[in-house]
Ligand binder design. Sequence first.
Ligand SMILES: [Zn+2]
Length: 100
Amino acid sequence: MKPVPIKIHALDGLVCPECGKSMNKSAAADGGNTEPWTGDISLCYECGAICLYDRELQLVKPTEEELKSIRNDSETWFFIGACQQAIHQKRLRIITEEEE
Ligand SMILES: [Zn+2]
């Protein structure tokens, strides 16, 4: 299977609300803007958990309602599934700015 390329953005103090893994980077798997915004969906690089950025840009678990709304967007939901699969199979490849 092909690796999934991702770009990274350095960010301090992120903790996965699901597995507790500390992270210091965010990535835009679609190759877009890597800087996170409130309400952006994030997947934990360690466990693949679906998280959201809150107002302080900390990772929180989505509420049932938020999760339902994410699931209702079939394109996003399919993309999340593909990314989670890549995370679980360790197929994510980090692209640094120099490689662009
Ligand atoms: Zn996690």
